[in-house]
Structures are given as structure tokens and as C-alpha cells.
Design a protein around this ligand. Sequence first.
Ligand SMILES: [Zn+2]
Length: 433
Amino acid sequence: MINLRLLWTWDHCVQWTAGRAGMHDWGASNEYPASAEDFLREYSLLVRWCGQNGIDGVVIWGLLRDGHGGVETATRLCEVAEAAGVKVLAGIGLNAYGGVYYEGASEWSLNNHLEKHPELFAFRADGERHILLPDNFMPQPMLHACPSRPENMDYMRDGLRWLMETVPVHGVQVEAGDTLCCECPLCRERRQHPVSALSWEDMALVYAPAAEAVWSVRPDATVVLETYSHPDPALEGDVPGFGGGAPPWAAECLAQFPRGAYVQWVGDYVTAPRNSVPWTTRAPEGFAGNIMRSHHATWWRGRGDEVAIHWLAEVAQKSIAQGFDGLSIFGDKSPFRTGCELNYLALADYGSEANPEADMDSFLKRVAAPLLGGDELAAEFLRLARLIEAPEELEGAVTAARRQAAKLEGRPADRWTWLAWYLSRWVYDRDLA
Ligand SMILES: [Zn+2]
């Protein structure tokens, strides 16, 4: 069974009204392009929808920044979420991704901490300070702290305690960093094993103190620990990166993770559409739970808003079979986009009491059919939506969706109109090429 369902977001990508200027489709570490009112309105829509539809919580990266009202707006949102029965989990990069206060004039902004204490930076192998200037999808320079420095460990603990004392979040999802590791002498000396862009030993070093700091203020807080990995063994000799398997030293690192936390894993490269293979490793026991997170229906890996209920069924079925009990997908866009709506509803349904085996046909009949005009139409909606993969059939699919929209009324008609519009974009782009 699945007992924790999360939507994962960066603040700058969240659009839960149907139309508003200035949003990002995807990316990380962007500026926030709207107002505090927009932030509060849209995330309030999100958490209320979650509360009404069986989603347990939302992870928010960029929860605290001056550009949308800092602590005050975050506090008001947490109150809305509390009333809706939904958890707000702050996404916190411990030595990267901005720290506790993502952007603004706060001592708990990691950038401010490192600018004040340049000696506490992480360092690259060439001795330069580790400041990532990735690409246009992550435009803000990302400053990295050295995890081996005790001053940084104290700062991390103090920041998390401040967060839990100051903002009524229900917990945190923390990350040690997946954007290259510190190569300073202290870190090299400390680590027994090689690193890729991420380090299992760095996770093991920082996750227990981070969780203890959170629980020292709020013993009931939800703590989610990111591994960036799948638990199946990595290929021999491989030092896997994001979404790869577990290297031989993962188990000894995992043993140092705090037991009261949820461990979060990556399902992307062991399921459809990228690599549908059997899973051989059961979720580790003894934690609060194990969450499988996937990049479906996002421009990160695939296409934004696409109908992904069939892929999500595979993730859910494999997760349940191997003892994973949480699921997380991207949640930045409104259910006005029918692909997102169906994906979120499938997240709520798969592994629930109503659908313990995460059966997609059951979902289509019970949940999707009333939204789309009936049983047969629900199956037809999915079939047409997947013709996105078949350029020669796209025009016919657009015509079929348009005709169906014309036969219906209200929101069911809107959903078919969305499908016709969504598919027609690919016809248009194909014809331009
Ligand atoms: Zn270091």
C-alpha cells in the first residue's frame, strides 16, 4: 500500500490558476517572477486541491524568499495547508541549493553565509571555490558549502532549528547536493569511496544531524532524505550519478541515516518510458517509509503536462511489490491541464484502499470515466493522448478529440478541448520543421 503521496515543486514553476503571466515551465534556481499574492493564492489552490483529492503533502523548493514575502507568506500558506489537512515540506539544500532561506536578506541564506565566510566554501579539485553556473534552466549561481567543516555543520543545524521554530511547516525534504562534491583536503581525507556529482558518504554525514535538529524542535515533523538513486545495485565499477543504482558502499551509508525519516529514491531509469526493467532490491526496512519519486509529465525528462497515468501505474506497482510505501511526482501545474489532473488523481488512487494493486483500468473506470464522459471515453482519451508518440496519427487524434469535445458540456468538454489543443501543438511544430 502507498501511505505517503507528495507533489514536488520549485516555487518559480508553480501555476495553479489557469493563466498568468511570467511562469517558468521547468528548471531550478530561477528568480521568482510573480508576487507574494500570486505565491499564496496558487499554493493555496494546490494544497486545498490536495486535501480534497487524497494527496498528503507538497514539497516546496524556494519556500522562503524575500521576493514572495519570506516568513510571513510561508506562515500563511502553512496555515492554509494545516486547515486542508495537507503537509507543507520545505525543500532544503543542506550544502547547496541555497540552504534554509533560499533567497533574501536572511542569515539562513546559504549564499549570505558563504559570502560572509569565504573560507567555508566547498572547493573544486583545482582549488577554486565551488560556485556552479550551470545553464539557462538554472540561471542563479549556486554556492556550495564544504560538508566537512564543523562551522557549516553548526550553521546547518542552527538554520533548521530556526526554521522549525519560526515557520509552521510540517517537515522538510533535505538534500546533500547533486551538483558536484567538495574536493577540499578535509573531504578527500574523510571519504573512503569515490564520488560522482553526488556522494553517499556526504549524505550519511549530514542527514542524521539535520534530522536531529528538526526533531529537537518538532519531534513529529516529517523528514524526507533524498538519495538521488535507485536501490538496485549499480554496475560493477560504476560510480553512479543522479537516478543510478546504489554503489557497494550505499548500504553502510544508509545505515547511518536517521531511522525516523523517510528515504526518497529515484524511479526514472528503472521504469517506462526510459528503462522498464525488473527491480531486484526491496526497500530498506526500519525507516518511517521509502518514497519513490519520478520525473513524469515534466520538461525535465519528457514533456510537460503529458498524460502519464500508465507509467505511474508501473512505478506504483513495482514500488508496492518491493515494499516502497510513498510516491512523489511533479506538481507545479494546475489540474486545468487535464494531463496533470489525471496524473495527480492517479497518484492519489494507486496503492489506495480503493485500488491496492495500482490497476490502471480500475482507475480509468472509477476515477477518470466520470470526468471524461464515460468508461469508453476514458480509455479513448488515454489512447489519443499517447498518439503524441505517433506523428503520422496526430492529426487524426486532434480531430477525434475536437469532435468529442463538441459532444460534451462543461468540464468534460474542457478536458477534451485541452487534449485537442495539447496534441495540436505537436502537429504545428512538426509542420514547421
Ligand atoms: Zn570539503
